[in-house]
Design a protein around this ligand. Structure first.
Ligand SMILES: Cc1cc2nc3c(=O)[nH]c(=O)nc-3n(C[C@H](O)[C@H](O)[C@H](O)COP(=O)(O)O)c2cc1C
Length: 151
């Protein structure tokens, strides 16, 4: 199986920390992973990926963190791109106090799906207590990936 790319958008580090935790769990489950900031990977590389997990926070008025903005623009404005071979998952980090709760995660999910990507499982929108929220989603992700390998 090709590696699971785990890419994070972050400003203050939560997304990066969680992406590494997810990466370690997937490695323990037997998957090869590549963990990187979205800003450190050319968005065009998405065409070489079979598996992509995006972990991203939201800032401003529902905007992506700075290191995720290039990826967001690439997916939003290049309507012709085809991601039919991509299997993806999105975990949004946010705070319900803000009107555009987890908007960046929602937008990534929408654009990946609109460009033909296949969601592995429903997106998780996490609040500030994300450490309590992500484990169940992560278990489900591992289950789905194991099933995908068997197919
Ligand atoms: C200035 C500021 C603006 C924020 N704006 C939003 C927002 O619009 N929507 C949202 O859901 N969360 C918002 N948040 C919450 C962050 O997304 C949340 O704290 C997240 O866990 C930060 O993750 P990071 O450390 O990976 O950047 C905001 C936080 C700050 C400090």
């Amino acid at each position: 199986m090709s590696p699971v790319n785990i890419l994070y958008g972050t400003m203050s580090g939560n997304g990066r920390n969680l992406a590494h935790v997810i990466g370690e769990s997937l490695e323990s489950a037997g998957f090869e992973t590549l963990v990187s900031g979205l800003g450190d990977v050319d968005p065009e590389n998405i065409h070489d990926m079979d598996y992509l997990v995006i972990v991203t926070s939201t800032y401003g008025d529902g905007e992506p963190p700075d290191n995720a903005s290039e990826w967001m623009s690439y997916l939003k404005f290049n309507e012709e791109i085809q991601l039919k071979n991509l299997k993806y998952a999105v975990l949004g980090l946010g705070d319900r106090y803000y009107p555009h709760f987890c908007q960046c995660g929602k937008d990534f999910d929408e654009y990946l799906s609109n460009r033909g990507g296949n969601p592995l499982l429903p997106r998780l929108d996490c609040d500030l207590y994300y450490e309590e929220q992500y484990p169940e989603w992560l278990s489900e992700l591992i289950k789905v990936l194991k099933k995908t390998v068997q197919e």
